[in-house]
Structures are given as C-alpha cells and as structure tokens.
Design a protein around this ligand. Structure first.
Ligand SMILES: Cc1ncc(COP(=O)(O)O)c(C=O)c1O
Length: 461
C-alpha cells in the first residue's frame, strides 16, 4: 500500500551528473525507481514544480519526463489531481510480507496479563508534562544529556523510591533506562552468566537479556527456592519478590533473608524486578529487597505498568560497585534515554499527577479484581483463585480433569482470550493446569462477559 503523504510528499533522492544530458537521467532514474519499487504503485509523485525546484532544473524538463513516463504506462494523471505511479505496472520483485497480520475476529473479552489499561493511559497528563518541558526547558536540555539519566530525574526517583519502596540509594547509583527490559540487558551484560531465573517466570525475557542460557529455579508458595538456587551454580538471579511473576506469591520473610545470605556467600547479585509494586490492595506493604542489601541487589523499576508501556521509561538502582560499568554500557547502547521524556516524567512526579494517576488506577484495578473474583465464585466455584493481593492479574487453578490447552482453545472459539501458566514454565509443562488471568486492560464489563462465556469450560466435568 502506498503511503498517503499529507501535503506534498518528501523529496525524492536523485543524483544527477550535470555534465551529461539531464532529462534522460531524470527519466531513467524515475523509471528505475518505479521498476525497483522505490516508488510504489499508487504513490503520489512530487509536483513538476517541486521536483524542478529540488533538482534545480526547469519545470519544462520535468513535465517532459512525466509525459514520457505516462506514455510508457509508468505514471498516470487525471485533470485536477496529482500524478501518481500507475497501479497497473507490473514489477518483478518479491511481494513483501504484510506488516499487519490478517485480522482475526475481534475478541468479546481478552485477559492478557502484564498490560495496564491502555484506554486509561494518562494522555492529558503526559501531553501537559511534555508541553511544560518544551515551554520551560533550557536550550542545553535539547542536547544529548547525561547518559546515566537526567540528574533531576535521578534525584526525584531516589526520593520517590526511598519513600514508597524503602529503597536505599542515591542519585549517583541510579541509571535511567528504556524500560525494565533495557535495564535488565545492561545489568546482565555487566554481570555475565550464568543467570538463574524463577520458574515459572519471565524465562524468555531473561534468557534474551542474558544473551544465553538461563538456569530455571523453582518457585513455591513462599517464592523462589533458595536451596535450589544455591545448588544451581548461578551467581546472578532475577526475582520478583513483591509479587512473583506470574504466580503472585510474595517472597516470604525467611526466604528474603536466605536470598540475601546466598548472594553474600557466593559474591553474587540479585536482580529485583519491582514491576507492579505500585498496585497493592489488601495486604501489608512489602518493601523492596534492595533496601535490605543495597550492595547485593540491583533494583529495576518501570513505568510500563504505572503509566504505559509505550513510554519506554525505567530505572536501575545499582550497588556502588556496579554503577560505573552499567553507565558505560548504557552510553554505548544509546547515549541515554530521551532527555525530554525524562524531564516530562520529572514534571509528572513533581506535580503530583503521577500519584494521582496511581490512586485512580488502584481503585479501578481493585474494582476489576472484585468483579473477577465474584464472577468466578458465582459461575465457576470449582476454580481456586490466587495471587490477587497486588498487580492486575490472578491465577485460576483449574480443577482436576480440566486441561489448560483445551480450555484456551475452546474459549478462543467463543471469542474469549485466555492464557495458560505453561507458557511461563521452563518446560512448558501443562500441569498443574492454571490460567494467568490479566485484568489490567480488561474492563469490568469484559470481565463479566468473558467469565460468563467460559465458566462452564473452567468447571469440573
Ligand atoms: C515481569 C515483568 N517485569 C517487567 C516488565 C516491564 O518491562 P518494560 O519496562 O521493559 O516494559 C514486564 C512487562 O510485561 C514484565 O512482565
């Protein structure tokens, strides 16, 4: 499909040899551009006046070229409208794969996890913050900036994390990154392998970030099995202590201490993924692990759950011993996270709009959680639900005899999107059969509709 440029399209690169006949060169280059697909069927050509000005030629030369290519069938033109590349022209080149997959029928309810409500993303607040930054930023702030992150944002994050997560750090040990995933990649590059990962957990993401194999370590109702971790031989582990991804269990106090003791003993490091700590409902707050052992824990945070994944903003809180190396890796990776976005985030924090948005979303997610639990309790009472004290997903434990894959496939036929725990297990074991039910981007109405449509599939036969 041609791009429909609004206004006049972008310029068209043509290199001309001014010592040779120019009309023939323009004609030939346009013909080749069409034959090779640089100019695609239906695409609007520059006006003869614009192309003539751009190429520093007379308009008559361009008009003659267009007339010739029209006669050859490469271009079409209708009175009063722009000249376009002919749609009838046949070009001998492979058809590129379509960028967008063929559309499946829309789901009536979808329960993906890890996605906040995209419809409630703070558009107005973000637009206001960006406008404020553009209005007030000094000229120098349009330069590259500090690869470690804007000093003001690092100060604000330090203060914020100290208050709400009991993080123990200073701005010199904070690196602003492009979301959690970039922070993880930078840290693992500096630490090297082998890397242990919770199982079930973000096995795929961590493996990609580690650039090699990871060692899966089982998670039980108390969190990661520290004995198994010690036996694994890894000296780096990635964990989600406040709300284990995806089981939702909280790392038990004894395990927190055992984990830190493990790191001290083997001179290892714990990477703490604090991905959805902002959303806690009816349980006591769980402070960050980083606050317990700032010399052994790397704290990674993100705004992907609190604001929107599209912003690609996150941070790494580092032990002093690692800060310089991670900053160097960040500088090599991209010279720093976009400066204006960082300043916009500062503006959101300082204005109180960040907290106001969180309060609003907490109330909304808590209401959805209640709707989900009551729908399941009423319509599928044999399903046990856990992992609900924080975040915006729950684990539905399917009764004996109900297979995860069957439920997911049958639900899809009823246009309900369900997702299984097996995806997050290193072995993809379908047992025990569990669903990870996200409700971050699923409205209360969708939750009621969706559970209503699949309740019989979830229930004991
Ligand atoms: C476990 C976990 N941590 C963190 C994130 C956030 O990653 P990022 O900040 O790169 O968007 C995700 C994203 O879905 C996640 O699943």
């Amino acid at each position: 499909m041609p791009v429909e440029w609004s206004g006049s399209g972008p310029q068209l690169l043509m290199e001309l040899d001014r010592s040779a006949p120019l009309r023939a060169q323009v004609e030939e280059q346009l013909r080749t551009a069409i034959q090779t697909g640089r100019l695609v069927a239906g695409e609007r050509m520059p006006s003869t006046r614009a192309l003539a000005t751009y190429l520093r030629l007379s308009r008559g030369v361009i008009q003659e070229c267009y007339a010739q290519l029209q006669a050859e069938g490469y271009l079409t033109s209708r009175a009063g409208s722009a000249t376009r590349v002919a749609t009838t022209i046949s070009i001998d080149r492979p058809t590129p794969a379509p960028l967008l997959a063929a559309e499946a029928p829309p789901l009536l309810a979808d329960f993906p996890s890890g996605v906040p409500d995209l419809g409630l993303a703070p558009r107005a607040d973000w637009a206001w913050a960006v406008r404020e930054v553009c209005r007030t930023a000094a000229d120098a702030e349009f330069d590259y900036g500090d690869a470690q992150g804007a000093p003001r944002l690092r100060e604000v994050l330090t203060g914020y994390l100290r208050r709400v997560r009991a993080v123990d750090t200073c701005a010199a040990n904070v690196v602003v990154c492009g979301g959690f995933q970039q922070g993880l990649g930078l840290v693992l590059r500096v630490l090297g392998g082998p890397v242990a990962v919770e199982d079930p957990g973000s096995v795929g993401n961590v493996t990609r970030a580690a650039g090699g194999a990871t060692v899966p370590v089982p998670v039980d109702e108390q969190g990661i099995d520290v004995g198994a971790l010690a036996a694994s031989g890894a000296r780096v582990v990635v964990v989600t202590p406040a709300h284990q991804w995806p089981t939702g269990v909280v790392l038990a106090p004894a395990r927190r201490h055992a984990l830190v003791a493990w790191a001290r003993e083997c001179d290892g490091y714990i990477v703490e993924d604090d991905y959805d700590a902002e959303f806690r409902y009816d349980r006591e707050p769980v402070g960050s692990l980083q606050g317990l052992a700032p010399d052994r824990v790397i704290g990674l945070g993100t705004v992907s759950k609190s604001l929107a994944p599209a912003l690609r903003l996150g941070w790494a809180v580092l032990p002093s011993a690692l800060a310089t190396a991670v900053v160097a890796a960040k500088a090599v990776a991209d010279r720093g996270t976009p400066q204006l976005d960082q300043l916009a985030l500062v503006t959101l924090f300082e204005s109180g709009r960040y907290d106001r948005h969180l309060r609003r979303m907490r109330t909304e997610y808590a209401a959805r959680r209640d709707v989900l639990v009551s729908a399941l309790t009423r319509l599928a009472p044999s399903v046990r639900v856990t992992g609900l004290a924080a975040g915006f997903h729950a684990i539905a434990h399917l009764p004996a005899g109900v297979a995860e894959a069957d439920v997911i496939a049958a639900a899809r036929e009823r246009r309900v999107g369900l997702y299984g725990m097996s995806t997050y297990r290193s072995t993809h074991d379908p047992s025990p059969a569990q669903l990870v039910l996200g409700f971050g981007n699923t409205s209360q109405h969708e939750i009621r509709t969706g559970i209503g449509l699949v309740a019989d599939l979830l229930s004991r036969r």
